[in-house]
Design a protein around this ligand. Structure first.
Ligand SMILES: [Zn+2]
Length: 599
């Protein structure tokens, strides 16, 4: 997953009253097939039609469940809550069924034969893990729609057939099978990890390292020739940098699904052969896009294949916490940023800014063990440690990279750790354990022990040894304390400028009488044209002695000037930069990290 600044935590949809563990085991089923209806009539109702058919050997009850979450999106969404008009039949006869809990159905066949289970699925959620429709379009993920037989494991094959308009397109990473609009997967994990776009959207492709990389953009007009060429240019640089870490591109093809809208949260969700990204309409040309594609792309290796043992295999009925999300997400963030430098998309200074941002995020959060923070996305904590496994995990990955290179005179790196774990655990059909991770780090470092580091900085809450490790790579960090003015608002930018979407009670904007819907024209002598204008405003009036500023707004077609009280807040600004005259070894380590090379 990737969090943009606009990312909003998904509301935890209801409590978990009786525990999701179902003790009933389904009768065996075979010849599983899912038919999804996503034609113009269905999407016009914001509903997808779902029919699951399968063969049963007798009249033993079949127990079917829908997932509670989508891997990568570590929050319980309870997909069954969107189901309506559930029914089951066999040979034209309705079959009795009952709910065993909120996400589990028990169907009682009368005899051996084919059973068809049907329901309607509400597809109106603005969320990259949940089905969504527009008048000419549908997006769905298998976790939303594909029932599974409880207690029967996940290693069974199935077909997916999509019923749609003849002129509409279908894009998915799933393998095509014989038959019109028919696809197949050999196990449930793959079935639910191959999202679909159906309808009118733009698609284009390019080859990288012998693999087809596709762009599937909705709405179609969002994929202009300029954006296509620019995005292909990024991909041609990003994916080779990722492949260089692991030594192979493990997917048959790879699709970047991107949906843009004014309502989306912003951010991405990784899959084994795709990423599903949401971009605000105003963010279609945002500078963070290469980082989004890079982060989600790196996940095709790290977490979709190389994964903590706690999440192998995935369970779908309930939360699956791990203390290792700092590796799955944080280290992905680290390599996501590095690939942009290694591929030549961004300058070294952009990576230094990325690292500085991590240091600032860690400093701004309560002292929290990164292994504890890794457990917490499921409960969306309120103590300020939410999502800390991204910056702190990424920064610890950076520290480990430096220490491995320092211990080996730059002959080994974190890249070797990632590749060794990929080969020794994922390729052998298992997840990595604590012993695997620290063993690989220690081996890459020529036998150096990291048990003290793990105890103090990963499982413990001690202050990270930032400066002493950075200087081994010829880098330094400086922090300055600033007193900056804050408005206390949330905004959205469109072609008409910056609009207030939310005003926090007690903030400066509320005190000035601003309201949601107002458009800000200027504050003091700073014109407000887009989100970047606020950084200019904060810098312009940092530490000011003024007690109020004029704020010009447009409200209902009229331009008004209000008096904005100045409220200053403390912010720590961190900078990371090369140490002039660093040792030859430190400079070599720094260059090795930025280039993805060893000595
Ligand atoms: Zn991620």
């Amino acid at each position: 997953m990737f969090r943009s600044s606009l990312s909003v935590a998904i509301a935890l949809a209801g409590a978990h009253p009786i525990g999701a563990q179902i003790l009933r085991t389904s009768a065996p089923i075979s010849d599983v097939r899912y038919e999804i209806t996503a034609d113009s009539a269905a999407v016009g109702r914001r509903q997808l039609g779902v029919t699951m058919s399968f063969h049963v050997n007798g009249n033993a009850p079949v127990v079917l469940a829908l997932p509670a979450w989508s891997p990568g999106h570590y929050v319980l969404l309870w997909f069954a809550r969107r189901v309506s008009q559930f029914s089951a039949e066999s040979n034209g006869t309705q079959l009795p069924w009952r709910k065993l809990d909120y996400q589990t159905w028990e169907i009682t066949p009368q005899s051996a034969g084919t059973v068809r289970v049907s329901f309607s699925y509400l597809a109106d959620a603005v969320d990259r893990a949940v089905a969504w429709t527009a008048p000419n379009f549908a997006f769905f993920n298998g976790t939303n729609l594909f029932l599974y037989p409880v207690g029967r494991g996940f290693n069974w094959s199935a077909q997916v057939i999509v019923h749609t308009e003849p002129s509409w397109r279908i894009a998915t990473g799933m393998d095509p099978a014989t038959g019109n609009n028919t696809f197949a997967a050999t196990n449930y994990h793959d079935l639910t990890d191959m999202p679909f776009y159906v309808g009118r959207f733009a698609i284009d492709s390019t080859q990288v390292a012998g693999k087809w990389i596709r762009l599937a953009f909705y709405p179609a007009a969002s994929l202009t020739p300029a954006r296509r060429d620019r995005t292909f240019g990024w991909i041609q640089k990003i994916f080779p940098a990722h492949i260089a870490v692991f030594g192979e591109a493990p997917f048959r093809n790879y699709t970047i699904f991107q949906r843009s809208d004014t309502l989306v949260n912003g951010g991405g969700l990784e899959h084994q052969a795709s990423q599903v990204d949401e971009v605000t309409t105003s963010g279609l040309d945002a500078s963070y896009l290469p980082n989004l594609y890079s982060h989600e792309g790196f996940h095709a290796w790290n977490v979709k294949r190389l994964r903590p043992a706690d999440m192998v295999p995935y369970r779908y009925d309930d939360a699956q916490p791990t203390t290792w999300l700092w590796v799955s997400e944080g280290v992905t963030d680290y390599y996501g940023a590095l690939a942009l430098v290694r591929g030549g998309i961004e300058a070294d200074t952009a990576f230094y800014s990325f690292v500085a941002g991590e240091i600032a995020s860690i400093a701004g959060a309560p002292p929290t063990a990164v292994s504890d923070a890794s457990l917490s996305p499921w409960i969306n904590p309120t103590d300020g440690s939410g999502g800390l496994y991204y910056p702190k995990g990424g920064f610890i990955g950076f520290l480990l990279d430096i220490m491995i290179r320092d211990a080996t005179n730059n002959r080994a790196s974190l890249d070797q750790v990632m590749r060794a774990l990929y080969n020794d655990t994922y390729k052998r059909g298992r997840g990595f354990t604590r012993a695997d991770w620290w063993g690989a780090v220690s081996r890459a470092s020529g036998g150096k022990s990291f048990s003290d580091f793990a105890r103090r900085y990963v499982d413990g809450r001690e202050k990270l040894p930032i400066d002493s490790v950075l200087q081994l790579a010829g880098l330094q960090s400086r922090s300055d304390t600033l007193r900056e003015p804050r408005l206390g608002v949330a905004t959205a930018t469109d072609s008409s400028g910056v609009r207030l979407t939310d005003i926090s009670p007690g903030g400066a904007a509320a005190a000035a009488g601003l309201r949601a819907g107002d458009r800000i024209v200027s504050i003091g002598d700073v014109a407000i044209a887009n989100d970047d204008s606020f950084a200019i405003f904060r810098t312009r009036y940092a530490g000011t002695q003024l007690t109020s500023l004029p704020i010009v707004i447009r409200r209902g077609g009229e331009t008004t000037t209000l008096e904005l009280p100045v409220r200053l807040f403390t912010r720590v600004q961190t900078r990371v930069s090369p140490i002039p005259g660093a040792s030859e070894k430190a400079a070599r380590i720094r260059a090795g990290i930025l280039k993805g090379s060893t000595s």
